[in-house]
Each structure stands twice: as C-alpha cells, then as structure tokens.
Design a protein around this ligand. Structure first.
Ligand SMILES: [Fe+2]
Ligand SMILES: [Fe+2]
Length: 470
C-alpha cells in the first residue's frame, strides 16, 4: 500500500528499495544531512526526548503519530501523497494532458530552479531558529519550535528526493549545496532575503511562522498544482505538515496579545513595558516588518518568469480548480502600477500577473488572521485594532521597492520615510528590549511573564505536560 511508510534506513512510501542507485545516492546524502542538523539544528537540545509528531503513513490515520524521541532520531524521509493515476495537467498550454511522471527536457532548468528555491528555505529557517530554545517561554513552546524544525528538515528531504531522482548529477550537486549555504552568511547566504533575517526572539519566531510559513503555504499550493506529478504529490503532503507551523504562529501571537491586554487592564495603562509585557503598538511594528518581508517572497508584480511557469504547467495558481479558465491566455488582471510619481490601474495580461494573484490570496488569508487577533483585544475590552500595512510599504522586491510609502500606501519622500520609519518598524533598541524579555521557562505548565498559556496542550495532553524532557 503506497500510503504506508517503510521502516527502511530512509523511511519512505515511494518504494525506494526498488531503485538501488537512487537509494545508494540518498544514503550517501543522509549522513551529510545529519551532520548539518547536528551543526545547525537546535543548539544544546539534540539529546533531549521531545514529544514529536511523526508519520507512519500518509493517510489520515497515520500521518500524525506522537511520541517522545530525540531529534536526531526523527524519521526524516520521503513521503508523497498517494498518486492519482488519472491525474492530468491542471493548467497552462498542456492542460488536460496526462500529468508528467518524468520531466520533459525543455522544462528541466525551470523546474530545478523552482525546486532548489523552495528547498533552500527549509534548512534556512532551521538555521535562523537554532538558538531560540535557550529562551523558550515554556516547554510547550519549545516543543512546538522543535516540531517546526524537524519538519522543515523533512521538507528539505522532500526536495532533495526530487533533485536526486530526476536531475542526475546536477541534482546531486544542488542537494549538496543545500547543505552548504548558511542563513545570514555573507559569503554563502540562503537564496531569499527573508531567510537571511535573524530570528533571535520568540515574537519574531511567531511572526515568522504566521507570515513567512504562510507564504510557504501558498508557494506549496501553487506547486501542488504542478503538471510534474512527483512535485505535486510531494507538496500536497508537505501542506499537511505546514498547517501546524501556521497554527503555532497564529495562536502564539494571540497569546502574546492576550497577556498584553491582561496587563493593560490590571495596571490601567497602555505602557506595559515596565510590567515586562509587550505593548500592542510594538506587536503591530513586528507585524509590519514580518508581513512586508514575507510579501516580497511572491516576487515581482508583473513577471515573465511566472507567465512561463504557468504556460508550461510547472507552477499554477493556488486552488486552480476554483477558476473557470485554466489556460489564462486571454484576459487580464487589474492591478496598481507605479510610474514615477503616479499610481494608476493597469490591465496586465493574466499570465504575467500570476505572482500578484498568488499574493492576493495570501493577503486575504493574512487579513483573516488579524481578524482573529482583533477578537482578542475586543473580548478584553481593549480599544486596539491590528492592521496589515499596505503591500507597498517597506518592500525590497518588485515595483513598490522603487519608491517609499507609508503603511497606508501613500507615496512619500525618502526623507519623510526616514524620519518616520521608527514609528512603523521595530527599532534596534526595541528589538533588544524584546530580546531582554526572553528567559527560558522549563517547569511544565509554567509560562514566561510576557505570554499567556495556550488554550490546550498538544494531542490532548495537558498544557503542563513534559513536552521536552530536560
Ligand atoms: Fe517547510
Ligand atoms: Fe513551515
């Protein structure tokens, strides 16, 4: 049964043992992965038993089995969603033809680039987060961090499997390089900017899992539509894992907000810094920073690359089935464009707008998240609403990066931006102050002062469970 994951040296549901060459190649990569993990994974906790979720099969009954394991013993492997033998290419010039089981020669380079770019983000985030456990606000949170980390490691496996299986010696080289680059390293940085930003406090981690992992969700959704079937199946299983990462982000930021509201009411002040709480206005600045940085990950608003990926059936829209026209050769997409000092609406050929269409879906999803956070302030009777900044604000990629905008999206001069940016984005001093709040709490069920406890534990365990045995 393809759903069941084997207990081989490399756990898998792709019948790896039937392809000895591939199996050998991956078994040679495996020790390199483990040394990377030991060097760049969570520092100081490799020998601790952690309550982790792992998969024994890819169906509903088996994909979430919980047990205490040491992280280096986690079952990293190759898990693909079950095949649909009748699957066809869902969009683009070849729509309706049988999905590819091998890579058509002319799409090899594009696909390799897509897979390597996605693959590079996975180990990058582990590297960004490797010191966080030392200041975990609770055992519950520490466990969630480790769960996210081991699954990002598994996502690297997912991409490396594709590189080894379908790209020959080029793919093996790329797989090695995925273990060579380092987040934030000047000589060999990770590919995308956001994945080189340091994550040295837990508020940033929760923002990252809310906003940046959510970018991941949309990238995976668009790759899950791919006409290259092994990529589609790989991404579909990754999406089940990814949901937990966003859960961690969204619910944890909400706990920080809840704690802030409690302190505001208790001390009858908005300025809860002296109580050791994180003020809502500072949380908003973190939203502004991490959201704008994540919005960049969707790429240029008008993109010939995106058009080519769509035309060739490699990367589609999220939930392609919700659209009526899967060819998208006719038609256009209305979007704001910047020309010097003027912003006007322009009809962009549909295929060239694919990045912006994916970004629109993402923005809607983020609006939803903020509405949940705003329930927290409303329930507490606190008069504060979180807002997403305009997508023009604080951009490093795409047309909006060519000018400066305030969070409402009004174009302003560089001088005005420089004058006001400390009102909108966390300053170095504020980041240092947030870092100073980060103290490790290891008594089961206890929380650091700046965050409220979760509503419930993991897998029906109590909040005060021994999630990591220290
Ligand atoms: Fe991932
Ligand atoms: Fe993730």
């Amino acid at each position: 049964m393809a759903a069941t994951i084997s207990n081989d040296k490399i756990p898998n549901n792709v019948n790896l043992s039937s392809d000895k060459r591939l199996q050998r190649a991956l078994e040679q990569w495996q020790p390199n992965f483990i040394s990377w993990w030991k060097e760049m994974g969570p520092e100081g906790f490799q020998e601790k038993q952690t309550y982790l979720r792992t998969a024994i099969s890819v169906d509903v009954d088996g994909w979430a089995i919980f047990d205490h394991v040491k992280m280096p013993d986690y079952r990293w492997g190759i898990f693909l969603a079950e095949p649909d033998p009748k699957r066809t290419i869902p969009f683009g010039d070849n729509v309706g033809q049988p999905a590819w089981q091998e890579i058509p020669g002319e799409h090899r380079n594009s696909l390799r680039r897509l897979i390597v770019t996605q693959g590079d983000t996975e180990p990058a985030s582990v590297e960004q987060q490797r010191l966080l456990a030392q200041t975990a606000p609770s055992l519950y949170d520490m466990r969630n961090l480790f769960q996210v980390n081991v699954e990002e490691g598994r996502h690297l496996w997912a991409m490396v499997y594709l590189l080894h299986s379908y790209f020959g010696s080029d793919g093996r080289e790329e797989a090695e390089e995925l273990l060579q680059r380092r987040s934030g390293n000047v000589d060999k940085p990770r590919i995308l900017t956001t994945f080189n930003e340091p994550i040295s406090d837990w508020l940033s981690f929760f923002m990252f899992t809310t906003f940046t992992d959510r970018d991941g969700k949309y990238q995976l959704k668009s790759l899950a539509e791919s006409g290259f079937d092994p990529l589609s199946r790989t991404c579909r299983f990754m999406l089940t894992e990814e949901a937990h990462h966003m859960f961690v982000g969204q619910t944890s930021v909400r706990r920080v907000i809840k704690r802030a509201c409690e302190m505001m009411k208790e001390h009858n002040t908005d300025d809860i810094k002296s109580q050791g709480g994180i003020p809502l206005s500072l949380i908003q600045k973190y939203v502004n920073f991490w959201y704008s940085s994540s919005v960049d990950l969707f790429g240029s608003e008008v993109s010939t690359n995106a058009a080519a990926y769509f035309a060739s059936g490699l990367k589609g829209r999220a939930d392609e089935s919700k659209y009526a026209d899967h060819v998208a050769k006719e038609g256009s997409y209305l979007m704001d464009v910047l020309a010097g000092d003027a912003i006007s609406q322009s009809a962009v050929p549909l295929r060239n707008a694919m990045n912006e269409i994916l970004r629109d879906d993402y923005v809607k999803d983020c609006v939803n998240v903020l509405s949940k956070w705003n329930l927290e302030t409303k329930d507490a009777g606190v008069d504060f609403q979180f807002t997403l900044p305009s997508r023009r604000f604080h951009r490093k990629v795409g047309q909006w990066s060519e000018s400066t905008f305030d969070p409402q999206g009004n174009q302003i001069s560089q001088a005005e931006y420089d004058l006001k940016k400390d009102q909108w984005l966390p300053t170095e001093a504020e980041r240092a102050w947030v870092r100073s709040l980060m103290v490790q709490v290891t008594e089961p069920g206890k929380m650091a002062n700046w965050i409220a406890p979760p509503l419930k534990g993991i897998n029906d365990q109590p909040v005060a469970y021994d999630y990591v045995k220290l």
